[in-house]
Structure formats: C-alpha cells, structure tokens
Design a protein around this ligand. Sequence first.
Ligand code: MN
Length: 231
Amino acid sequence: MQNDIIKTSDEIALIKRAVQIIDDCYDAVLETVKGGMSEKELADFIEDFVKRHGGEGLSFDTIVAYGAGGAEPHHVPTDAKLESGMLVTIDMGAVYGGYCSDFTRTFAYGRVDEKQREVYDVVYRAQKLGVAATRAGISCHDLDAVCRNYISEKGYGDKFIHTTGHGVGKLIHEAPRVGKGDETVLENGMVITIEPGIYLPGELGVRIEDTLVVGEGALSRIPTELIILPE
Ligand SMILES: [Mn+2]
C-alpha cells in the first residue's frame, strides 16, 4: 500500500536510518558552528553532510534561524551571522531509501539570558510530555492538547502557533495531523513528529522536534536538554 499511515518494519528501518544520518549531522553541526558563520553557510554545511553520509537528499529545505529569526517557524536562512547570546534553531531532515526524517533542536551560543532559558524550559517540558503521551490509543487531538495545555498553563498558549506534529513517511508531511480536531487514534507502527514551539516575534523562538514510532518512542539519540555551546 502506498503511504499507509501504519508503516511496515521495512519502512521503519529506512526511517530510522534517515534519523541516524540527521543525528550524526547534528553532532557535526555542533562541532562546526562558530561565531560569524551565517545561517546560509550552516544550511549548506547540513545539505553537504547529508549527501556525503548516505542521504539521497534533504526531506525539505533546512531551516537555520538565529536570534529573532527563530520566531518565524518557517524561517529561510539568510546572511545573518551568529553572535554570542543567540538561540539557534535548526530544523532538518534526510531522505534515505525514499523515506524521510524530521528533527529540530534549539541550542544557545555562548550564553543564555533568563528569558531564553525560561522559554526553552517550557518547550522542553511540553515536548517531553508529548513524547511520553505518544502511544497506541490516544487521539491526535488529545496528544496535541497534552503539549498545548502545558504551554498555555505557562502563559505562552498564543505563542504556540502551529500543530504539535504530523505523520512522516515517503512524504515529510503525511497523515495523521497531530493537531486540534484530528480524531485519528494512534496505533503501533504509525510514525509521527512531536514538535512544540514558542515564538516571540522580534525576539526569539524555540522548537524541539523528534520523529517517533508509536510503540517505540523517539528515534533520535540527541538529548533535548538545553546545550549552551561555548564560544
Ligand atoms: Mn516537522
């Protein structure tokens, strides 16, 4: 069956490989990124890494967003240069064997202020709750509410401006939609993302995203705790 919402073990194996390539890429990003490097340069590095490490290509145009750029969920990389005190959001995916991965982390460069740390902590906890709640039997609507209600309780409900996640397979965005009103009930073998975010226009943004197999959990080995990368 084409694009079945429940993936076969062969399909899941390909998605796991696509996740591994991106995990390795993120390690390389953290080793490579330096003050003065532009968003575009970092996005080019990511594309090159994926292609040199077995990926057929990117699942979608990589998002690299520094500082206030991170407040745009679909930020397109610019010539903006990395400076100490900025948050960096990277949203990227690889294609392997025709299957996609989807991954986002936000890290701090040099130092963090209290506001950045507070917003990060809310997204971190919301994402952790969403990952923990991902299991057979929960509806997509209810899973979205797990992340959304927590962020709302913390006062940022109106700053979480997209759905909690989506299905992943041959396409980067497939059914189900992990959002309000989607009554799809999760079953083992579905592959979805959990990717809450908070966006403060003109200021900063934080998003944390994992690709998960329902019944197995998050596939990435990259921790979600805040990393403060030394200058
Ligand atoms: Mn995604």
